[in-house]
Design a protein around this ligand. Structure first.
Ligand code: FAD
Length: 297
């Protein structure tokens, strides 16, 4: 299924992100994770692509195939291009095609320290263009409500987002954020640049302090004072911190849905407990929005 159709059928699309387990010995854990996520009826599940883009080490195709062919859920396979040749990308796309995967999240990837510029793919838009030429995948892109760390300016980032749309992305998923105000400002601004494809808000429930430090160093998301207060208060009580993180993400999601967001993409971190708690809390809200015409705007 081409997941761009979901945005025509539903007022709010709800999906999950998972990652292939890093250790070979943990690969079986993905079955338990998917078993539980299936019960939450996501519209699709995206599968990340390992940084660095090594063909042999990546299990995105294998896991995407499991999502589709064993669990009957539509997969969205992530694919980065910064370190790949056209031949590498063609091979991965052919493999995904063989497994019945129809949707690709086309990404540049973070620039590796040993990166040597090559002429194949410099930006995600180069990859989007390349995939579009094959005409056999639905293409999704990434966007950055707080701006991308490499961008010279917020405006330049929006021009580049417009380019993704022009080259063939049918919707975009946002980088995580902890203050919905950034997302709403971004929606206002992108309209002025003619970006009119659906935008799914990426939400990450933070359930431990190690995770938060890593996130901030990787993507630069700003942490609101309210959130820091919660993190500090429950730093030494893992259960309370987990529950507070779940509640914080749930509040963000309810606000976004009530404000009319096109979709929510939950970064599950392969933690079905967290995904379940959040899904249960918002299921009646999503049901109401998607099935009732009489929601007051
Ligand atoms: P691009 O769209 O290429 O943008 C990168 C920078 O270049 C931006 O500053 C942009 O403004 C600028 N730019 C873009 N086009 C041009 C142009 N033509 N000329 C000049 N400047 C330009 N990483 C992984 O390794 N694996 C994953 O599975 C993964 N999944 C992700 C999922 C989501 C939803 C998101 C938001 C990010 C994900 N990432 C993943 C991280 C992503 O790879 C990094 O954020 C990366 O640094 C940028 O990728 P991009 O596709 O947005 O890049």
């Amino acid at each position: 299924m081409n997941i761009s159709n979901l945005f025509k059928e539903k007022k709010v699309v709800f999906s999950f992100e998972i990652f292939p387990p890093k250790k070979e010995s943990k690969i079986d854990t993905i079955y338990n994770t998917l078993e539980e996520l299936k019960g939450l009826s996501p519209d699709f599940i995206s599968v990340t692509y390992g940084a660095g883009g090594s063909l042999t080490k990546n299990r995105t195709c294998e896991i995407s195939s499991i999502v589709k062919n064993k669990y009957g859920i539509e997969p969205l396979a992530h694919l980065t291009c910064i370190n790949s040749s056209k031949e590498d990308v063609t091979k991965i796309l052919d493999d995904l095609k063989k497994e019945g995967v129809e949707n690709i999240l086309a990404l540049r990837g973070d620039i590796p320290l040993d990166y040597k510029e090559n002429s194949n793919f410099k930006y995600s838009s180069d990859l989007i263009k390349h995939i579009k030429e094959r005409n056999d995948f639905n293409i999704v892109g990434a966007c950055y409500p707080e701006g991308h760390l490499d961008s010279k300016s917020y405006e330049e980032d929006l021009l580049n987002l417009k380019r993704k749309q022009e080259f063939g992305a049918t919707h975009v998923i946002s980088q995580l954020f902890f203050d919905n105000k950034f997302f709403y400002d971004f929606l206002d601004k992108k309209d002025k640049y003619g970006v009119n494809i659906p935008i799914q808000a990426g939400i990450m429930p933070v359930i431990n302090t190690k995770q938060i430090n890593r996130i901030v160093s990787l993507c630069g998301a700003k942490i609101p004072d309210k959130f820091i207060k919660i993190m500090n208060k429950y730093e030494y009580n893992p259960e309370a911190l987990r529950d507070a993180g779940i509640a914080y993400a749930t509040e963000q999601i309810i606000d976004l849905i009530s404000t009319g967001v096109d979709g929510i993409h939950l970064y599950t971190m392969n933690n079905p407990y967290v995904a379940k708690k959040i899904s249960e809390s918002i299921s009646s809200i999503i049901h109401t929005i998607n099935n009732c015409d009489k929601v007051v705007n």
